[in-house]
Write a protein that binds this ligand. Structure first.
Ligand code: WQD
Length: 347
C-alpha cells in the first residue's frame, strides 16, 4: 500500500465521492479537489460518516492553471490521480460547447502537464461508453470502434482519451487507464451519499426517484418504438459502488505495475442490458410505489441499445459488478427519501 495520498478530482461528485469511500476502505489516504460547481460540501461529511475518515479537501477550479501548479507544489508526493472533475450533461454540452471544451479538456491538460514533471505518475480517467455511439455489435468490447460523438460532451471524452494516449506515447513513465462507464446508478447503502442532480434530472434514475417522491409529476419515457423487445431503449445500469470498487482495482493494477502497456482502456458495466420499462418495473417492485409515466417521442441523440462485454475488466482488473439492478434501485430510493427529509427539514 502506498503511504502517499491519492488525488481524486471531482471527489465530492456522484461517482467521485463513492470512489473516495472505496479508496478509504482499502486504506488509501485521499486528497479531494472539487470546485463545488456540481456538488455540495456536505458530501465531505457524508464520506466521513461512512468511513470515519475525512479526506483532505481543496476547493480549487482546475481551469486555473496556476492553482493546479500550486496544488502539486503543496502536495509534492502525490503521483496517483483519479480524475472525475468534468461537466457531464449531454444536453447542456450541445447548447454550450465551449464550456465543455474548457472544463473537460483544458483542465485535463493542466493536470497532465504537472504530472509529466514527475518520475512516475499514474492516472485514471473517467470516460464513458458514449464514445461508442450506437455500437454495431453487442455486447460492446473495448475494441469496438469509437464513433463520431453525438455531443460535445461525448467528444470531450474521446479527445480526453486521445490526449492520454499521446501523453503515454511520449512518456513511458506515465501510466494511464481510461474507464468507460456505462450507466452509473444508485447510492451508498447507508444513504449518506448519493446522486445530487441540480435542477431537472437529465438521467433516468434520478427522474424516477423524484417522480416517486412527488417532486415530479410523471416520468416521460422517451420512445417505445425502438427495435427492442418492449420497444424502449436498453442500457447497462451499473451500481455506483461496483463502479467505485473498479477504480480501486484499476489503481492497484497501476501501482503493482501489472498493466500490459502504459495506456489501457476498460469497459465498466454489468454486462446485462435493461430496457426503460424493465427499470420502471424493477423500481416499482423494490419501492412498492406505482410510478406514473407516459410514453413520448424519442430523445434526440439517444441510441437504441448499449451494454458491456466485461471480459477484459473481469480478467485484467480482477473485478466484476456483483450488485443487481434491484440493489441499485433500492439504494437510489433509500437515498431519495433521505434527500427529501433533509429538504423538508431545511424548509
Ligand atoms: C437512459 C435511458 C433514455 C430520462 C447518458 C450519457 C452517459 C452518462 C449517463 C454522464 C435512455 C431514457 C431518460 C427520462 C427516459 N453521462 N430516459 N426518460 O442517455 O444512456 O447516458 O447519461 O456520465 O455518458 O450518454 O442515460 O439516464 O439519460 O437515459 O426515458 O426522463 O432512459 O431515453 O434510453 P444515457 P440517461
Amino acid at each position: 500500500m502506498s503511504s502517499k495520498s491519492v488525488l481524486v478530482t471531482g471527489g465530492l461528485g456522484f461517482i467521485g465521492s463513492h470512489t473516495v469511500v472505496a479508496l478509504q476502505k482499502e486504506g488509501y489516504k485521499v486528497v479531494i479537489i472539487d470546485n463545488l460547481s456540481n456538488s455540495s460540501i456536505d458530501v465531505l461529511g457524508g464520506i466521513t460518516q461512512i468511513t470515519g475518515k475525512t479526506p483532505e479537501f481543496e476547493n480549487l477550479d482546475l481551469r486555473d492553471k496556476e492553482a493546479v501548479k500550486n496544488f502539486f507544489e503543496k502536495y509534492p508526493d502525490i503521483e496517483d490521480v483519479i480524475h472525475f472533475a468534468a461537466s457531464k450533461a449531454v444536453g447542456e454540452s450541445v447548447i454550450n460547447p465551449l464550456l465543455y471544451y474548457e472544463n473537460n479538456i483544458a483542465t485535463l491538460v493542466y493536470l497532465l502537464q504537472e504530472l509529466n514533471k514527475k518520475p512516475n505518475a499514474r492516472f485514471i480517467f473517467s470516460s464513458s461508453c458514449t464514445v461508442y455511439g450506437q455500437a454495431d455489435e453487442l455486447p460492446i468490447t473495448e475494441n469496438a470502434p469509437v464513433k463520431k460523438a453525438e455531443s460535445p460532451y461525448g467528444n470531450t471524452k474521446q479527445i480526453g482519451e486521445e490526449i492520454l494516449q499521446d501523453t503515454c506515447k511520449t512518456n513511458l513513465h506515465f501510466k494511464a487507464i481510461a474507464l468507460r462507464y456505462f450507466n452509473p446508478i444508485g447510492a451508498h447503502p447507508t444513504a449518506e451519499i448519493g446522486e445530487l442532480p441540480i435542477g431537472t434530472p437529465q438521467n433516468l434514475i434520478p427522474f424516477i426517484t423524484q417522480t416517486a417522491i412527488g417532486k415530479r409529476e410523471e416520468l416521460s419515457v422517451f420512445g417505445d418504438d425502438y427495435p427492442t423487445e418492449d420497444g424502449t431503449a436498453i442500457r447497462d445500469y451499473i451500481h455506483v459502488m461496483d463502479l467505485a470498487e473498479a477504480h480501486v482495482k484499476a489503481l492497484k493494477r497501476l501501482i503493482d505495475a501489472k498493466e500490459k502497456s502504459n495506456y489501457e482502456v476498460f469497459n465498466l458495466g454489468t454486462g446485462k442490458g435493461n430496457s426503460v420499462l424493465e427499470v420502471i418495473k424493477s423500481f416499482e417492485k423494490v419501492s412498492g410505489e406505482k410510478l406514473p409515466y407516459k410514453v413520448v417521442g424519442r430523445r434526440e441523440g439517444d441510441i437504441i441499445s448499449a451494454y458491456a462485454d466485461t471480459t477484459k475488466a473481469n480478467e485484467d482488473l480482477g473485478w466484476k459488478a456483483d450488485r443487481s439492478l434491484d440493489d441499485a434501485l433500492k439504494s437510489a430510493w433509500k437515498w431519495q427519501k433521505v434527500v427529501r427529509k433533509r429538504e423538508e427539514e431545511e424548509n
